[in-house]
Write a protein that binds this ligand. Structure first.
Ligand code: NCD
Ligand code: ZN
Ligand code: ZN
Ligand code: ZN
Length: 432
């Protein structure tokens, strides 16, 4: 007999009711008739989606565990309907050596509730080859931190790993130009202006647009696949899509806060809404009508302590937690008919699985990992950061009304969240 049957689930689009049989952590059958199993979970007509994949999280472990760790961070993921998270390398130590990678792996295996993979730093040139053999999700480059000549060195070294483009690791980029960001920030700071909205001017839109064009020329020159993290302005999406039409293998990601908020929220929430790149003015921001130009929604879950965030706009660290707000916010948009389940599956399940090469994830199909999130589209709530499982109890979405909530999260056949209760510890490393 099978381990598990999830019965009476609605599969979208199409709204067909099915029973999903699971054995050994895999989907083994999808049927309209009942499937006998040792355990039956009847979801009584609610919608089931593939477990969400967050391609961009900062879980702060090791070294910054007072901000978040693999336990609290992946509990937040499970609570938010995410079954796989890809962690960023800016921990302490930075994940830019094989040794740091193996240490992070040990910690994550011990503490994670959901499946996980790692992006690695590219700034340790001598370690690039070793790191590539450990199957990271990507090499991450913070363009805001490095000058052009070093960017070229990193691209060149990664390119040298293979002759075949598709065997080369993907490069993920934080695309903000180092020089522009530093110059403008100095300028704005010297104006002695503590009004939070100046932060958007200190890291202007053209710093991103120029970095994106630079990334495209480097990708073409070195014959590499690149992924632009947290694009914040519409112009970047146009550049990316034009480059793709010209044969560049490039994908784009956007965060829910850049999609749904604008720079006015900096005035409202001060440093709690500070993030890089900054929230944009209405005039150049990305909107829901641009979703067709985007490949991935990543939360850029970047938790800090309330104490850190209470500092003024220049001294507070940038970053907003997103794992527990993203799905409720997007389901609310679906209820308002402003986006669709097809969008959510494409941007948070199928594309992240394809781009970061996780062949068993992202689809409800026989043979795939049994990762699911069941959502109740009628359930309502108000976003209350004090209730987050994350250690970061703040959000610029605080007190937003949401309709549509995740109610069950399942990782490889094991329930890890039921009615906002976290159960168990099932996380496994995902080879990318
Ligand atoms: C991130 C962090 O806090 O690690 N902060 C942010 O504002 N997005 C770093 C990053 O993704 O650039
Ligand atoms: Zn970034
Ligand atoms: Zn980030
Ligand atoms: Zn908890």
């Amino acid at each position: 007999m099978l381990d598990l049957c999830i019965s009476n689930c609605k599969i979208v689009p199409g709204n067909i009711t099915r029973n999903i049989g699971v054995d050994d952590g895999k989907i083994v059958s999808i049927k309209s008739i009942p499937i006998p199993a040792e355990k039956i979970i009847d979801v009584s007509g609610n919608i089931i989606l593939p477990g969400l994949i967050d391609a961009h999280v900062h879980l702060r472990d090791p070294g910054l565990t007072y901000k978040e760790d693999f336990k609290s961070g992946t509990e937040a993921a499970a609570a938010g309907g995410f079954t796989t998270v890809l962690d960023m390398p800016n921990t302490k130590p930075v994940t830019n050596t094989a040794k740091a990678y193996m240490e992070k792996l040990k910690i994550a295996e011990r503490k994670s509730i959901v499946d996980f993979g790692f992006h690695v730093g590219a700034d340790n040139l001598d370690q690039i080859q070793k790191l590539a053999s450990l199957r990271p999700a990507s090499f991450k480059i913070f363009m805001d931190l490095y000058e052009d000549d070093f960017l070229i060195k990193m691209f060149s070294k990664i390119s040298d790993l293979s002759k075949n483009k598709d065997n080369k690791p993907i490069i993920s980029l934080h695309a903000e130009d180092n020089k522009i960001v530093n110059n403008y920030t100095q300028l704005k700071k010297s104006g002695d202006n503590l009004n939070p909205f100046v932060y958007t001017e200190a890291r202007p839109s053209h710093a991103e647009v120029i970095a994106v064009s630079k990334a495209i020329s480097l990708a073409n020159k070195f014959n590499l696949n690149i992924h632009i993290c947290h694009a914040s302005v519409k112009k970047s999406l146009d550049l990316i899509n034009n480059a793709r039409n010209d044969g560049c293998n490039i994908t784009s990601e956007i965060t829910p806060h850049h999609l749904l908020l604008d720079s006015k929220y900096l005035t409202k929430f001060g440093s709690f809404a500070k993030t890089n790149p900054p929230l944009r003015d209405i005039a150049d921001k990305i909107r829901l009508k641009d979703l067709h130009l985007i490949d991935v929604i990543g939360t850029d879950h970047a938790p800090h302590t309330i104490g850190d965030k209470k500092h003024n706009i220049w001294d507070a660290p940038p970053g907003i937690p997103g794992l527990e707000t993203t799905l409720p916010l997007l389901l609310t948009k679906i209820n308002q008919k402003k986006m669709s389940f097809v969008n959510v599956k494409r941007l948070l399940c199928e594309n992240p699985a394809r781009i970061f090469k996780m062949p068993n994830k992202g689809f409800i199909k026989e043979g795939m990992d049994a990762d699911f999130v069941v959502v109740d589209m009628k359930k309502e709530d108000i976003i209350k950061p004090e209730n987050f499982h994350s250690k970061a109890h703040y959000s610029p979405f605080e007190s937003f009304k949401v309709k549509g909530l995740p109610i069950i999260t399942i990782v490889r056949g094991k329930v890890v969240m039921f009615d906002n209760e976290i159960i168990g510890n099932n996380g496994k490393f995902v080879y990318c």
